[in-house]
Design a protein around this ligand. Structure first.
Ligand code: BGC
Length: 370
């Protein structure tokens, strides 16, 4: 059996290195083998590398990391119809528990038992390696026209799911949203935290005609504010928004998309949520930062203003498909602007410094496997 290189860590330690794994091969008719081309790095990878949340596959003490993959199909099992060798593609991240109905319906992102696994994060080897094999139900073909931004598929799918959930919640409860399929058109949306997920959410919201405000705490002249302005959004410098002042700073928002993972900031923004507004959270804060909130005021607002707060994690196959459509649409609308989200490209051997932290001008860093 051939060996291949992979980046692996011993969960709950900072022991991270290049290891050798057996190169996987196709063993079932519905399997697909992909040559990994590049893999994105996100906060979750950095948390894993710092000794945080991660789990090795059963029977091993190390985990191959990486979940934001992009690659090229090299071989397919005889029953596979969705892709052929030479196609660009990505595999989704989460695998079902095998016990609950959402997982049985290929919606492990809504697993009810919590016994799901996630490639590169929780109990299954990930994609920071040369070759991966998985089943056809987890593959998403990426058209060649968006090969340069294909590595953004996974973070975009997370944003797509959260937006989709928010819109579905609104159409289930608001007469105007239920009557208008394009409910987001002209709606005021605040995106809190302009990391890759926040910026990609801004992109998806702009494509649906929303008025987008992006809040962060960086200088207005830097890459993230400039990027959001170039797609027709506005930058809000959070350093000028004092506690309890979000409303006067940005006005009332129909939707707030949270991607900062900073509880103290995120609860503070609730007073900018309009009547009937929806607030969707995607950030996963690391560590415990104690927070005091005005509980009574919060409850009063949620009730008297008919507001919804919802958490959203991971993404289903359909959300990856939405990501394909939006990346295609975005490349028609804004040309190579989307590609500028990938600010740092590293060789495989540079994994330690990439995972240790990032420079202020980084938006998305990727590791190249070719
Ligand atoms: C990933 C998701 C995953 C979540 C929780 C995020 O970084 O993008 O796919 O479900 O972490 O592990």
């Amino acid at each position: 059996m051939q060996c291949m290189k992979a980046i692996a860590l011993k969960p709950q330690t900072k022991d991270l290195g290049i290891i050798e794994r057996d190169e996987p091969s196709i063993t079932a008719p519905d399997e697909i083998k992909i040559r990994v081309l590049r893999v994105g790095i996100c906060g979750t990878d950095r948390e894993e590398a710092a000794g945080g949340r991660a789990m090795a596959p059963i029977g091993r003490d190390d985990l191959v990391i990486g979940h934001e993959m992009f690659g090229k199909v090299v071989e397919t099992g005889r029953d596979v119809t969705r892709v052929k060798p030479g196609d660009f593609a990505v595999f989704t991240v989460r695998r079902g528990c095998g016990k609950c109905l959402p997982c049985a319906m290929n919606r492990p992102d809504m697993c009810r038992t919590g016994d799901y696994r996630e490639r590169g994060i929780w109990g299954l080897d990930g994609y920071q390696t040369e070759y991966v094999v998985d089943r056809e139900q987890y593959i998403v073909r990426v058209p060649g026209a968006i090969q340069d931004t294909g590595v953004l598929m996974e973070p975009l799918s997370v944003a797509e799911k959260a937006i989709d959930e928010a819109v579905r919640l609104q159409s289930a409860r608001l007469p105007d949203a239920c009557a208008t399929p394009a409910w987001l058109f002209g709606k005021r949306c605040l995106v809190a935290g302009l990391g890759p997920i926040g910026l990609l959410a801004a992109l998806a919201l702009r494509l649906r005609g929303a008025e987008v405000y992006g809040l962060d705490i960086v200088d207005p002249g830097t890459a993230r504010p400039k990027w959001i302005e170039a797609i027709g959004g506005s930058y809000v410098d959070g350093r000028n928004v004092g506690p309890g002042k979000a409303d006067s700073a940005v006005g009332q928002m129909d939707m707030i998309f949270e991607a900062a993972g900073i509880a103290v900031l995120d609860f503070n923004l609730l007073d900018a949520l309009a009547y009937n507004g929806v607030y969707v959270l995607t950030g996963i804060p690391g560590g415990d930062r104690p927070l005091q909130i005005q509980g009574a005021e919060l409850m009063r607002r949620l009730v008297l203003f008919n507001q919804v707060m919802a958490g959203s994690v991971n993404a289903a196959h359909g959300h990856f498909q939405m990501a394909v459509n939006d990346l295609l649409q975005a490349s028609i609308t804004w040309g190579d602007h989307v590609e500028k989200l990938i600010t740092h490209r590293h060789r495989t051997g540079e994994f330690k410094e990439v995972l240790a932290g990032h420079s202020p001008d980084e938006i998305k860093a990727v590791i190249e496997w070719t």
